[in-house]
Design a protein around this ligand. Sequence first.
Ligand SMILES: O=C1C[C@@](O)(C(=O)O)C[C@@H](O)[C@@H]1O
Length: 514
Amino acid sequence: MGSVGLLKNSAMVCAPLMATSVDQLIDEMVEAKSQGADCVEIRLDAIHNFQPHKHLQLLFKNKPLPILILYRPIWERNDFEADAHKQLEALRLAKELGADYVELDLKIASEFAKNEKSSWSSGCKLITSCFVDNVTSKEDLSQVVASMQSTGADILKIVINANDITELEKTFHLLSHCQVPLIAYSVGERGLISQLLGPKFGSVLLYGSLDGNAVPGLPSLASLRQAYGVDLMDNDTKVFGLISKPVGHSKGPILHNPTFRHVGYNGIYVPMFVDDLKEFFRVYSSPDFAGFSVGIPYKEAVVSFCDEVDPLAESIGAVNTIIRRPCDGKLIGYNTDCEASITAIEDALKANGEALVPCSLARKMFVLVGAGGAGRALAFGAKSRGARIVIFDIDFDRAKALAAAVSGEALPFEKLASFQPEKGAILANATPIGMHPNKDRIPVPEGSLKDYVVVFDAVYTPRRTTLLEDAEAAGALIVSGVEMFLRQAIGQFNLFTGSKAPEEFMRDIVMSKF
Ligand SMILES: O=C1C[C@@](O)(C(=O)O)C[C@@H](O)[C@@H]1O
Protein backbone atom coordinates (compact mmCIF):
# COMPACT_ATOMS: atom_id res chain seq x y z
CA MET A 1 0.00 0.00 0.00
CA GLY A 2 1.15 3.53 -0.73
CA SER A 3 1.84 5.55 2.36
CA VAL A 4 -0.06 8.74 2.93
CA GLY A 5 1.58 11.73 4.57
CA LEU A 6 0.32 15.23 5.09
CA LEU A 7 -0.11 17.82 2.32
CA LYS A 8 1.22 15.91 -0.65
CA ASN A 9 0.55 18.65 -3.17
CA SER A 10 0.69 22.41 -3.03
CA ALA A 11 -2.63 23.08 -4.78
CA MET A 12 -4.65 25.81 -3.13
CA VAL A 13 -8.37 25.47 -2.60
CA CYS A 14 -10.07 28.68 -3.67
CA ALA A 15 -13.63 29.72 -2.81
CA PRO A 16 -15.31 31.93 -5.41
CA LEU A 17 -17.38 34.40 -3.43
CA MET A 18 -20.82 35.39 -4.65
CA ALA A 19 -21.76 38.35 -2.44
CA THR A 20 -22.42 41.70 -4.04
CA SER A 21 -21.53 44.04 -1.17
CA VAL A 22 -18.19 44.51 0.53
CA ASP A 23 -19.61 43.82 3.99
CA GLN A 24 -21.05 40.52 2.82
CA LEU A 25 -17.82 39.67 1.05
CA ILE A 26 -15.90 40.18 4.29
CA ASP A 27 -18.33 37.83 6.07
CA GLU A 28 -17.96 35.30 3.26
CA MET A 29 -14.17 35.45 3.48
CA VAL A 30 -14.32 34.56 7.17
CA GLU A 31 -16.76 31.75 6.42
CA ALA A 32 -14.59 30.47 3.56
CA LYS A 33 -11.62 30.27 5.89
CA SER A 34 -13.60 28.32 8.47
CA GLN A 35 -14.78 25.91 5.76
CA GLY A 36 -11.22 25.16 4.69
CA ALA A 37 -10.45 27.55 1.81
CA ASP A 38 -6.82 28.61 1.27
CA CYS A 39 -7.82 31.71 -0.69
CA VAL A 40 -10.90 33.44 -2.07
CA GLU A 41 -11.82 34.80 -5.48
CA ILE A 42 -13.60 38.15 -5.63
CA ARG A 43 -15.15 39.56 -8.79
CA LEU A 44 -15.06 43.31 -8.70
CA ASP A 45 -17.64 43.64 -11.47
CA ALA A 46 -20.17 41.83 -9.25
CA ILE A 47 -19.94 44.41 -6.45
CA HIS A 48 -22.89 46.82 -6.51
CA ASN A 49 -21.85 50.45 -7.02
CA PHE A 50 -18.22 49.47 -7.01
CA GLN A 51 -16.00 52.25 -5.69
CA PRO A 52 -12.48 51.07 -6.44
CA HIS A 53 -10.38 52.79 -3.75
CA LYS A 54 -12.83 52.53 -0.91
CA HIS A 55 -13.95 48.99 -1.55
CA LEU A 56 -10.56 47.51 -2.30
CA GLN A 57 -9.03 49.07 0.81
CA LEU A 58 -11.83 47.70 2.95
CA LEU A 59 -11.49 44.23 1.48
CA PHE A 60 -7.74 44.05 1.87
CA LYS A 61 -7.77 45.49 5.38
CA ASN A 62 -10.16 42.77 6.49
CA LYS A 63 -8.86 39.79 4.58
CA PRO A 64 -8.36 36.61 6.57
CA LEU A 65 -7.07 34.79 3.47
CA PRO A 66 -5.16 35.65 0.28
CA ILE A 67 -7.42 37.28 -2.30
CA LEU A 68 -7.58 36.61 -6.00
CA ILE A 69 -9.14 39.56 -7.79
CA LEU A 70 -10.81 39.43 -11.15
CA TYR A 71 -12.99 41.68 -13.20
CA ARG A 72 -15.00 39.85 -15.87
CA PRO A 73 -14.37 41.36 -19.28
CA ILE A 74 -17.12 43.36 -20.94
CA TRP A 75 -17.61 40.86 -23.76
CA GLU A 76 -18.92 38.25 -21.36
CA ARG A 77 -21.52 40.44 -19.68
CA ASN A 78 -24.40 42.27 -21.31
CA ASP A 79 -25.20 44.35 -18.26
CA PHE A 80 -21.67 45.51 -17.71
CA GLU A 81 -21.01 49.10 -18.67
CA ALA A 82 -17.38 49.63 -17.86
CA ASP A 83 -14.84 49.50 -20.62
CA ALA A 84 -11.55 47.62 -20.78
CA HIS A 85 -9.75 50.70 -19.54
CA LYS A 86 -11.86 50.74 -16.39
CA GLN A 87 -11.12 47.08 -15.79
CA LEU A 88 -7.42 47.57 -16.12
CA GLU A 89 -7.49 50.55 -13.79
CA ALA A 90 -9.35 48.54 -11.16
CA LEU A 91 -6.98 45.60 -11.43
CA ARG A 92 -3.92 47.86 -11.33
CA LEU A 93 -5.26 49.44 -8.17
CA ALA A 94 -6.05 46.03 -6.69
CA LYS A 95 -2.48 44.98 -7.33
CA GLU A 96 -1.13 48.10 -5.64
CA LEU A 97 -3.45 47.98 -2.65
CA GLY A 98 -2.71 44.39 -1.70
CA ALA A 99 -4.32 41.77 -3.93
CA ASP A 100 -2.40 38.52 -3.76
CA TYR A 101 -3.42 37.47 -7.27
CA VAL A 102 -4.90 39.43 -10.13
CA GLU A 103 -6.57 37.55 -12.95
CA LEU A 104 -6.74 38.95 -16.45
CA ASP A 105 -8.33 37.51 -19.53
CA LEU A 106 -5.90 36.64 -22.30
CA LYS A 107 -7.65 39.14 -24.55
CA ILE A 108 -6.44 42.07 -22.46
CA ALA A 109 -3.53 40.47 -20.62
CA SER A 110 -0.98 41.10 -23.40
CA GLU A 111 -1.68 44.81 -23.37
CA PHE A 112 -1.48 44.90 -19.59
CA ALA A 113 1.68 42.83 -19.50
CA LYS A 114 3.40 45.08 -22.04
CA ASN A 115 2.82 48.19 -19.94
CA GLU A 116 2.89 46.79 -16.47
CA LYS A 117 4.68 43.53 -15.96
CA SER A 118 8.24 44.91 -16.27
CA SER A 119 7.63 47.44 -13.50
CA TRP A 120 5.65 44.96 -11.42
CA SER A 121 7.32 45.00 -8.05
CA SER A 122 4.56 44.04 -5.63
CA GLY A 123 4.14 40.49 -4.37
CA CYS A 124 0.96 40.22 -6.41
CA LYS A 125 0.95 37.40 -8.92
CA LEU A 126 -0.55 37.71 -12.38
CA ILE A 127 -2.90 34.99 -13.60
CA THR A 128 -3.69 35.05 -17.29
CA SER A 129 -6.90 33.19 -18.02
CA CYS A 130 -8.69 31.95 -21.06
CA PHE A 131 -11.98 30.15 -21.75
CA VAL A 132 -11.66 27.56 -24.49
CA ASP A 133 -14.96 26.59 -26.00
CA ASN A 134 -14.07 23.93 -28.45
CA VAL A 135 -10.95 21.86 -27.97
CA THR A 136 -10.22 19.78 -30.98
CA SER A 137 -6.77 18.52 -30.05
CA LYS A 138 -4.05 18.52 -27.42
CA GLU A 139 -1.97 20.63 -29.84
CA ASP A 140 -4.71 23.30 -29.84
CA LEU A 141 -4.39 23.54 -26.10
CA SER A 142 -0.61 23.77 -26.24
CA GLN A 143 -0.97 26.77 -28.55
CA VAL A 144 -3.32 28.51 -26.15
CA VAL A 145 -0.80 27.87 -23.39
CA ALA A 146 2.00 29.38 -25.49
CA SER A 147 0.07 32.59 -26.12
CA MET A 148 -0.85 32.84 -22.46
CA GLN A 149 2.76 32.34 -21.48
CA SER A 150 3.80 35.23 -23.70
CA THR A 151 1.88 37.60 -21.40
CA GLY A 152 4.51 37.01 -18.71
CA ALA A 153 1.92 35.57 -16.34
CA ASP A 154 3.02 33.85 -13.15
CA ILE A 155 0.14 31.39 -13.42
CA LEU A 156 -1.97 30.33 -16.38
CA LYS A 157 -5.63 29.40 -16.09
CA ILE A 158 -7.62 27.57 -18.74
CA VAL A 159 -11.29 26.80 -18.41
CA ILE A 160 -12.32 24.31 -21.04
CA ASN A 161 -15.86 23.69 -22.13
CA ALA A 162 -16.51 19.94 -21.93
CA ASN A 163 -19.64 18.22 -23.17
CA ASP A 164 -18.46 14.78 -22.17
CA ILE A 165 -16.27 13.36 -19.42
CA THR A 166 -13.91 11.94 -22.03
CA GLU A 167 -12.95 15.46 -23.12
CA LEU A 168 -11.41 16.06 -19.69
CA GLU A 169 -8.56 13.74 -20.48
CA LYS A 170 -7.05 16.50 -22.63
CA THR A 171 -7.07 18.74 -19.55
CA PHE A 172 -5.29 16.08 -17.50
CA HIS A 173 -2.74 15.62 -20.27
CA LEU A 174 -2.12 19.36 -20.43
CA LEU A 175 -1.74 19.63 -16.66
CA SER A 176 0.72 16.73 -16.53
CA HIS A 177 2.89 18.15 -19.30
CA CYS A 178 2.78 21.89 -18.64
CA GLN A 179 6.08 23.38 -17.44
CA VAL A 180 4.53 26.50 -15.89
CA PRO A 181 2.09 26.79 -13.00
CA LEU A 182 -1.31 26.00 -14.42
CA ILE A 183 -4.93 25.90 -13.33
CA ALA A 184 -7.05 23.90 -15.76
CA TYR A 185 -10.54 22.51 -15.41
CA SER A 186 -13.98 22.22 -16.97
CA VAL A 187 -17.26 23.36 -15.52
CA GLY A 188 -20.66 21.64 -15.20
CA GLU A 189 -21.67 18.20 -13.92
CA ARG A 190 -19.60 16.48 -16.58
CA GLY A 191 -16.55 18.55 -15.64
CA LEU A 192 -16.55 17.71 -11.93
CA ILE A 193 -13.64 15.26 -11.96
CA SER A 194 -11.38 17.86 -13.57
CA GLN A 195 -11.69 19.86 -10.33
CA LEU A 196 -11.38 16.84 -8.05
CA LEU A 197 -8.38 15.31 -9.79
CA GLY A 198 -6.63 18.60 -10.59
CA PRO A 199 -4.04 18.27 -7.82
CA LYS A 200 -3.10 14.76 -8.96
CA PHE A 201 -2.20 16.04 -12.39
CA GLY A 202 -0.51 19.20 -11.11
CA SER A 203 -3.14 21.96 -11.06
CA VAL A 204 -1.95 24.68 -8.69
CA LEU A 205 -5.47 25.69 -7.66
CA LEU A 206 -8.92 24.18 -7.51
CA TYR A 207 -12.25 25.71 -6.67
CA GLY A 208 -14.66 24.77 -3.92
CA SER A 209 -17.98 26.39 -3.12
CA LEU A 210 -19.03 27.81 0.20
CA ASP A 211 -21.95 26.07 1.84
CA GLY A 212 -25.06 27.53 0.21
CA ASN A 213 -23.21 28.79 -2.90
CA ALA A 214 -23.63 25.51 -4.81
CA VAL A 215 -22.85 25.57 -8.53
CA PRO A 216 -23.19 22.40 -10.68
CA GLY A 217 -19.81 20.78 -11.15
CA LEU A 218 -18.20 22.75 -8.35
CA PRO A 219 -17.45 20.60 -5.31
CA SER A 220 -18.11 22.15 -1.92
CA LEU A 221 -15.20 23.22 0.27
CA ALA A 222 -16.37 20.75 2.90
CA SER A 223 -16.42 17.84 0.46
CA LEU A 224 -12.96 18.68 -0.90
CA ARG A 225 -11.51 18.63 2.58
CA GLN A 226 -13.59 16.03 4.41
CA ALA A 227 -14.68 13.59 1.73
CA TYR A 228 -12.06 13.78 -1.00
CA GLY A 229 -9.06 14.79 1.13
CA VAL A 230 -7.53 16.68 -1.79
CA ASP A 231 -4.45 17.71 0.20
CA LEU A 232 -3.25 14.14 0.18
CA MET A 233 -3.42 13.58 -3.55
CA ASP A 234 -0.23 13.20 -5.53
CA ASN A 235 0.86 11.89 -8.85
CA ASP A 236 0.74 8.29 -7.64
CA THR A 237 -2.81 8.51 -6.31
CA LYS A 238 -4.94 5.77 -7.84
CA VAL A 239 -8.26 6.94 -9.20
CA PHE A 240 -11.44 4.92 -8.64
CA GLY A 241 -14.71 6.18 -10.02
CA LEU A 242 -18.39 5.45 -10.06
CA ILE A 243 -19.53 5.16 -13.67
CA SER A 244 -23.18 6.13 -13.69
CA LYS A 245 -25.82 8.44 -15.14
CA PRO A 246 -27.07 10.13 -13.04
CA VAL A 247 -24.29 10.03 -10.50
CA GLY A 248 -24.85 12.93 -8.11
CA HIS A 249 -26.95 10.86 -5.70
CA SER A 250 -24.14 8.47 -4.83
CA LYS A 251 -22.75 8.36 -1.32
CA GLY A 252 -19.76 6.33 -2.56
CA PRO A 253 -17.31 9.26 -2.25
CA ILE A 254 -18.15 9.92 1.40
CA LEU A 255 -17.66 6.25 2.20
CA HIS A 256 -14.70 5.15 0.06
CA ASN A 257 -12.45 8.21 0.42
CA PRO A 258 -12.32 8.36 4.23
CA THR A 259 -11.82 4.57 4.22
CA PHE A 260 -8.85 4.84 1.87
CA ARG A 261 -7.34 7.40 4.22
CA HIS A 262 -8.15 5.31 7.29
CA VAL A 263 -6.05 2.41 6.02
CA GLY A 264 -3.35 4.62 4.44
CA TYR A 265 -4.21 3.69 0.86
CA ASN A 266 -3.27 6.33 -1.71
CA GLY A 267 -6.51 6.42 -3.66
CA ILE A 268 -9.40 8.74 -4.52
CA TYR A 269 -12.97 7.79 -5.41
CA VAL A 270 -14.91 10.19 -7.63
CA PRO A 271 -18.33 10.32 -9.32
CA MET A 272 -18.03 9.91 -13.08
CA PHE A 273 -20.96 11.10 -15.18
CA VAL A 274 -20.56 8.85 -18.22
CA ASP A 275 -22.54 9.15 -21.45
CA ASP A 276 -20.62 6.82 -23.75
CA LEU A 277 -19.09 3.69 -22.21
CA LYS A 278 -17.04 2.73 -25.24
CA GLU A 279 -15.38 6.11 -25.53
CA PHE A 280 -14.94 6.26 -21.77
CA PHE A 281 -12.98 3.01 -21.57
CA ARG A 282 -10.97 3.93 -24.67
CA VAL A 283 -9.90 7.29 -23.25
CA TYR A 284 -9.35 6.38 -19.60
CA SER A 285 -7.11 3.41 -20.20
CA SER A 286 -4.08 4.39 -18.14
CA PRO A 287 -3.11 2.61 -14.91
CA ASP A 288 -3.98 5.84 -13.04
CA PHE A 289 -7.63 4.84 -13.44
CA ALA A 290 -7.36 1.72 -11.34
CA GLY A 291 -10.94 0.65 -10.83
CA PHE A 292 -14.60 1.51 -11.10
CA SER A 293 -17.93 1.02 -9.43
CA VAL A 294 -20.77 0.71 -11.89
CA GLY A 295 -24.21 2.16 -11.22
CA ILE A 296 -27.45 2.94 -13.04
CA PRO A 297 -27.93 2.26 -15.96
CA TYR A 298 -24.69 0.52 -16.94
CA LYS A 299 -24.35 -2.65 -14.87
CA GLU A 300 -25.31 -4.94 -17.73
CA ALA A 301 -23.76 -2.94 -20.55
CA VAL A 302 -20.28 -2.83 -18.96
CA VAL A 303 -19.97 -6.61 -19.09
CA SER A 304 -18.92 -6.43 -22.73
CA PHE A 305 -16.16 -3.91 -21.93
CA CYS A 306 -14.52 -6.20 -19.40
CA ASP A 307 -11.65 -8.40 -20.59
CA GLU A 308 -12.57 -11.02 -18.01
CA VAL A 309 -15.65 -11.47 -15.87
CA ASP A 310 -15.82 -13.32 -12.57
CA PRO A 311 -18.09 -16.42 -12.86
CA LEU A 312 -20.75 -15.07 -10.45
CA ALA A 313 -20.99 -11.75 -12.35
CA GLU A 314 -20.94 -13.67 -15.62
CA SER A 315 -23.91 -15.79 -14.63
CA ILE A 316 -25.79 -12.75 -13.30
CA GLY A 317 -24.98 -10.82 -16.45
CA ALA A 318 -24.27 -7.66 -14.48
CA VAL A 319 -21.06 -6.10 -13.17
CA ASN A 320 -20.92 -3.43 -10.46
CA THR A 321 -17.17 -3.50 -9.82
CA ILE A 322 -14.26 -3.36 -12.25
CA ILE A 323 -10.58 -3.44 -11.45
CA ARG A 324 -7.72 -2.82 -13.85
CA ARG A 325 -5.37 -5.72 -13.22
CA PRO A 326 -1.99 -4.13 -12.50
CA CYS A 327 0.11 -6.81 -14.25
CA ASP A 328 -1.52 -6.50 -17.67
CA GLY A 329 -4.00 -3.60 -17.50
CA LYS A 330 -6.94 -5.90 -18.26
CA LEU A 331 -10.36 -4.93 -16.92
CA ILE A 332 -11.85 -7.60 -14.66
CA GLY A 333 -15.55 -7.43 -13.77
CA TYR A 334 -17.18 -8.54 -10.53
CA ASN A 335 -20.57 -8.37 -8.87
CA THR A 336 -20.62 -7.43 -5.20
CA ASP A 337 -24.33 -6.51 -5.23
CA CYS A 338 -25.57 -10.08 -5.18
CA GLU A 339 -24.21 -11.24 -1.84
CA ALA A 340 -24.66 -7.74 -0.41
CA SER A 341 -28.39 -7.66 -1.04
CA ILE A 342 -29.18 -11.22 -0.06
CA THR A 343 -27.13 -11.23 3.14
CA ALA A 344 -28.74 -7.88 4.07
CA ILE A 345 -32.17 -9.52 3.84
CA GLU A 346 -31.06 -12.75 5.54
CA ASP A 347 -29.41 -10.93 8.43
CA ALA A 348 -32.50 -8.79 8.96
CA LEU A 349 -34.61 -11.92 9.15
CA LYS A 350 -32.13 -13.51 11.49
CA ALA A 351 -32.08 -10.45 13.74
CA ASN A 352 -35.86 -10.64 13.72
CA GLY A 353 -35.71 -14.11 15.12
CA GLU A 354 -36.40 -16.27 12.05
CA ALA A 355 -34.57 -19.56 12.06
CA LEU A 356 -31.88 -19.73 9.40
CA VAL A 357 -32.13 -23.48 8.98
CA PRO A 358 -31.65 -24.50 6.26
CA CYS A 359 -31.97 -20.97 4.95
CA SER A 360 -34.44 -18.20 5.69
CA LEU A 361 -35.23 -17.55 2.04
CA ALA A 362 -35.63 -21.19 1.05
CA ARG A 363 -38.94 -21.88 -0.71
CA LYS A 364 -40.20 -18.37 0.09
CA MET A 365 -41.90 -16.33 -2.63
CA PHE A 366 -39.54 -13.51 -3.66
CA VAL A 367 -41.33 -10.75 -5.58
CA LEU A 368 -38.84 -8.65 -7.50
CA VAL A 369 -39.70 -5.35 -9.15
CA GLY A 370 -37.05 -4.31 -11.67
CA ALA A 371 -35.00 -6.67 -13.81
CA GLY A 372 -32.02 -4.38 -14.55
CA GLY A 373 -28.51 -4.77 -13.13
CA ALA A 374 -29.47 -4.62 -9.44
CA GLY A 375 -32.56 -6.77 -10.05
CA ARG A 376 -30.48 -9.45 -11.73
CA ALA A 377 -28.12 -9.56 -8.74
CA LEU A 378 -31.06 -9.91 -6.34
CA ALA A 379 -32.71 -12.60 -8.45
CA PHE A 380 -29.56 -14.71 -8.66
CA GLY A 381 -28.94 -14.25 -4.94
CA ALA A 382 -32.50 -15.26 -4.08
CA LYS A 383 -32.26 -18.27 -6.36
CA SER A 384 -29.00 -19.36 -4.73
CA ARG A 385 -30.91 -19.45 -1.42
CA GLY A 386 -33.73 -21.51 -2.86
CA ALA A 387 -36.42 -18.81 -3.11
CA ARG A 388 -39.18 -18.89 -5.74
CA ILE A 389 -38.92 -15.73 -7.79
CA VAL A 390 -41.68 -13.66 -9.38
CA ILE A 391 -40.46 -10.80 -11.56
CA PHE A 392 -42.09 -7.56 -12.73
CA ASP A 393 -40.48 -5.03 -15.04
CA ILE A 394 -41.96 -2.40 -17.33
CA ASP A 395 -39.99 -4.14 -20.04
CA PHE A 396 -41.75 -7.52 -20.06
CA ASP A 397 -39.13 -9.14 -22.30
CA ARG A 398 -36.44 -8.18 -19.82
CA ALA A 399 -38.51 -9.68 -16.99
CA LYS A 400 -39.01 -12.89 -19.00
CA ALA A 401 -35.30 -13.20 -19.79
CA LEU A 402 -34.39 -12.89 -16.12
CA ALA A 403 -37.16 -15.27 -15.05
CA ALA A 404 -35.82 -17.85 -17.50
CA ALA A 405 -32.31 -17.45 -16.08
CA VAL A 406 -33.41 -18.05 -12.47
CA SER A 407 -36.21 -20.53 -13.16
CA GLY A 408 -38.70 -17.94 -11.93
CA GLU A 409 -41.92 -16.49 -13.26
CA ALA A 410 -42.33 -13.18 -15.11
CA LEU A 411 -45.63 -11.34 -14.96
CA PRO A 412 -46.73 -8.31 -16.99
CA PHE A 413 -46.14 -5.05 -15.16
CA GLU A 414 -49.86 -4.14 -15.30
CA LYS A 415 -50.58 -7.15 -13.08
CA LEU A 416 -48.50 -5.73 -10.24
CA ALA A 417 -51.41 -3.57 -9.02
CA SER A 418 -53.65 -6.57 -8.41
CA PHE A 419 -50.96 -9.14 -7.66
CA GLN A 420 -51.72 -11.20 -4.57
CA PRO A 421 -48.51 -12.64 -3.09
CA GLU A 422 -48.67 -15.78 -1.01
CA LYS A 423 -48.30 -15.63 2.76
CA GLY A 424 -44.77 -14.91 3.97
CA ALA A 425 -43.63 -13.37 0.67
CA ILE A 426 -40.69 -10.99 0.36
CA LEU A 427 -40.85 -7.88 -1.81
CA ALA A 428 -37.68 -6.35 -3.29
CA ASN A 429 -37.56 -3.10 -5.22
CA ALA A 430 -34.68 -2.94 -7.69
CA THR A 431 -35.94 0.03 -9.70
CA PRO A 432 -34.78 3.61 -9.08
CA ILE A 433 -38.36 4.55 -8.14
CA GLY A 434 -38.32 6.54 -4.90
CA MET A 435 -34.72 7.65 -5.28
CA HIS A 436 -33.80 11.23 -4.46
CA PRO A 437 -35.10 13.66 -5.76
CA ASN A 438 -38.31 11.74 -6.69
CA LYS A 439 -38.73 10.56 -3.14
CA ASP A 440 -42.51 10.35 -2.97
CA ARG A 441 -43.00 7.57 -5.49
CA ILE A 442 -43.31 3.87 -4.65
CA PRO A 443 -43.05 0.99 -7.13
CA VAL A 444 -46.09 -1.00 -5.95
CA PRO A 445 -49.64 -0.06 -4.91
CA GLU A 446 -49.61 0.96 -1.24
CA GLY A 447 -52.54 -1.35 -0.49
CA SER A 448 -50.54 -4.46 -1.45
CA LEU A 449 -47.82 -3.85 1.13
CA LYS A 450 -49.72 -5.55 3.96
CA ASP A 451 -49.29 -8.84 2.08
CA TYR A 452 -45.49 -8.95 2.50
CA VAL A 453 -43.54 -10.01 5.59
CA VAL A 454 -40.32 -8.42 4.41
CA VAL A 455 -39.82 -5.42 2.13
CA PHE A 456 -36.38 -4.58 0.79
CA ASP A 457 -35.54 -1.44 -1.19
CA ALA A 458 -32.31 -1.25 -3.20
CA VAL A 459 -32.69 2.55 -3.27
CA TYR A 460 -30.52 4.03 -0.52
CA THR A 461 -31.06 7.75 -0.99
CA PRO A 462 -33.02 8.48 1.15
CA ARG A 463 -32.17 5.90 3.75
CA ARG A 464 -35.86 5.35 4.60
CA THR A 465 -37.65 5.51 1.29
CA THR A 466 -41.38 6.09 1.07
CA LEU A 467 -41.74 2.41 0.15
CA LEU A 468 -40.03 1.38 3.40
CA GLU A 469 -42.04 3.87 5.47
CA ASP A 470 -45.30 2.58 4.01
CA ALA A 471 -44.25 -1.06 4.35
CA GLU A 472 -43.33 -0.60 7.98
CA ALA A 473 -46.65 1.09 8.62
CA ALA A 474 -48.31 -1.93 7.01
CA GLY A 475 -46.49 -4.25 9.43
CA ALA A 476 -43.63 -5.58 7.29
CA LEU A 477 -40.03 -6.06 8.38
CA ILE A 478 -38.08 -3.50 6.33
CA VAL A 479 -34.53 -3.74 4.99
CA SER A 480 -32.91 -0.54 3.76
CA GLY A 481 -30.79 -0.29 0.62
CA VAL A 482 -28.19 1.37 2.85
CA GLU A 483 -27.34 -2.08 4.21
CA MET A 484 -26.86 -3.42 0.68
CA PHE A 485 -24.88 -0.32 -0.25
CA LEU A 486 -22.53 -0.78 2.68
CA ARG A 487 -21.97 -4.46 1.97
CA GLN A 488 -21.38 -4.05 -1.76
CA ALA A 489 -18.92 -1.22 -0.97
CA ILE A 490 -17.03 -3.45 1.48
CA GLY A 491 -16.72 -6.05 -1.30
CA GLN A 492 -15.52 -3.35 -3.68
CA PHE A 493 -12.98 -2.00 -1.25
CA ASN A 494 -11.45 -5.48 -0.92
CA LEU A 495 -11.16 -5.72 -4.70
CA PHE A 496 -9.92 -2.15 -5.21
CA THR A 497 -7.15 -2.28 -2.62
CA GLY A 498 -6.40 -6.00 -2.49
CA SER A 499 -6.73 -5.93 1.30
CA LYS A 500 -9.44 -6.45 3.82
CA ALA A 501 -11.82 -3.55 4.29
CA PRO A 502 -12.14 -2.06 7.79
CA GLU A 503 -15.79 -3.07 8.04
CA GLU A 504 -16.61 -1.47 11.39
CA PHE A 505 -15.10 1.83 10.27
CA MET A 506 -17.22 1.75 7.10
CA ARG A 507 -20.33 0.85 9.03
CA ASP A 508 -19.76 3.76 11.40
CA ILE A 509 -19.57 6.18 8.45
CA VAL A 510 -22.76 4.80 6.98
CA MET A 511 -24.55 5.01 10.31
CA SER A 512 -23.41 8.54 11.11
CA LYS A 513 -23.38 10.22 7.70
CA PHE A 514 -26.14 8.65 5.61
O1 LIG B 1 -25.84 -0.02 -6.87
C1 LIG B 1 -24.83 0.47 -6.41
C2 LIG B 1 -24.82 1.83 -5.87
C3 LIG B 1 -23.81 2.67 -6.61
O2 LIG B 1 -24.21 2.81 -7.94
C4 LIG B 1 -23.81 4.08 -5.98
O3 LIG B 1 -24.83 4.74 -6.11
O4 LIG B 1 -22.83 4.48 -5.33
C5 LIG B 1 -22.45 2.01 -6.54
C6 LIG B 1 -22.47 0.60 -7.11
O5 LIG B 1 -21.24 -0.02 -6.87
C7 LIG B 1 -23.53 -0.23 -6.43
O6 LIG B 1 -23.64 -1.47 -7.05
